[in-house]
Design a protein around this ligand. Structure first.
Ligand code: NAD
Length: 278
């Protein structure tokens, strides 16, 4: 099957599919099956992390798939305990081994952990990996504007991506404006609201009914139309297929207004300035 999601172009010219499979909380022994289902359904972006402990399953599905490696965009993330220049390089080597890949398409700093003040050194290691051709692009996750500004002041390369919690209840408008002004692609995590009520909201259900789509599809369509990369997670085959089937319809301005009303300005996950789990 052809790639069912169009691509965006990162600030280094690399193309990234606009929708992919997130594999957070997919048990290691179920990951290869979920990734294989996604590849069969047309997904070409897989988002894992060292902390998810399922990189091997991602690699296994890619190795077994008939989809050529170069058609698949693989993201992984440096686990919090590996901050610092040398540890980040060692952490990258471990990921490459577990994934069974020579090159990773996108490597992200998972969380900034500003209380430990190491993310600038970590980013210098990421710049080194990029210079050495071991990654095709480098980015960050859960960075606030102040963290991005510090990288801009003290390092050379602008992150290609910032992957952050983002959904209609927490749309991160100010951060998105900053990204747009600096050529950083916004990637939404928790895009469906992590199964905590968003998809059951009557306003989402009503819009879905009007469009002849599912609540998940209209929410994913909103992410796509605001220009984000989006990585919904599912292990259920029919949902995996449903989630990528969001590219053949459009939300008009009135439809998009529905989502404005859903903004509660509250995160589901931790504030990046407070999250210190290593
Ligand atoms: P999500 O919003 O994608 O929610 C996933 C849940 O939504 C599923 O477990 C399922 O219960 C439900 N769901 C999925 N498809 C559905 C459908 N079609 N209909 C109804 N319900 C459906 O939340 P997430 O998994 O937290 O986020 C997605 C991905 O983002 C993760 O898998 C991971 O790759 C990434 N992520 C990154 C960070 C980070 O710190 N960078 C944090 C969390 C998640």
């Amino acid at each position: 099957m052809a790639n069912a999601a169009p691509s965006l172009t990162l600030n280094n010219g690399v193309a990234i599919p606009q929708l992919g499979l997130g594999v957070f909380l997919i048990p290691p022994d179920e990951t290869a099956t979920a990734v294989a289902t996604a590849l069969d359904a047309g997904y070409r972006l897989i988002d894992t992390a060292q902390g998810y402990q399922n990189e091997e399953g991602v690699g296994e599905a890619i190795a077994r798939s008939e989809v050529p490696r170069e058609d698949i965009f693989v993201t992984t993330k440096l686990v919090n305990g590996q901050h610092g220049y040398d540890r980040a390089l060692a952490g990258f080597d471990a990921s490459v081994k577990r994934l069974g890949l020579d090159v990773i398409d996108l490597f992200l700093i998972h969380w900034p952990l500003p209380m430990f003040d190491q993310y600038v050194d970590t980013w210098r290691a990421f710049e080194q990996l990029l210079g050495d051709g071991r990654v095709r692009s480098i980015g960050v996750s859960n960075f606030k504007i102040e963290h991005l500004e510090r990288l801009a002041d003290e390092t050379d390369i602008t992150p290609a991506v910032n992957q952050v919690e983002l959904h209609p209840q927490f749309p991160q408008e100010e951060l998105r404006r900053y990204h747009d002004a600096h050529g950083i692609v916004t990637e939404s995590w928790g895009p469906l609201g992590q199964n905590r009520g968003l998809l059951d909201d009557a306003r989402v259900a009503e819009l879905a009914e009007k469009k002849g789509r599912t609540p998940a599809q209209v929410v994913l369509r909103w992410h796509i139309q605001i220009g984000n990369v989006v990585i919904p997670k599912s292990v259920t085959p029919h949902r995996i297929r449903e989630n990528i089937d969001a590219f053949d319809f459009e939300l008009d301005d009135v439809d998009m207004e529905t989502f404005t009303d859903l903004n509660v300005g509250r995160r589901l996950g931790p504030d990046p300035n407070e999250f210190d789990l290593v």
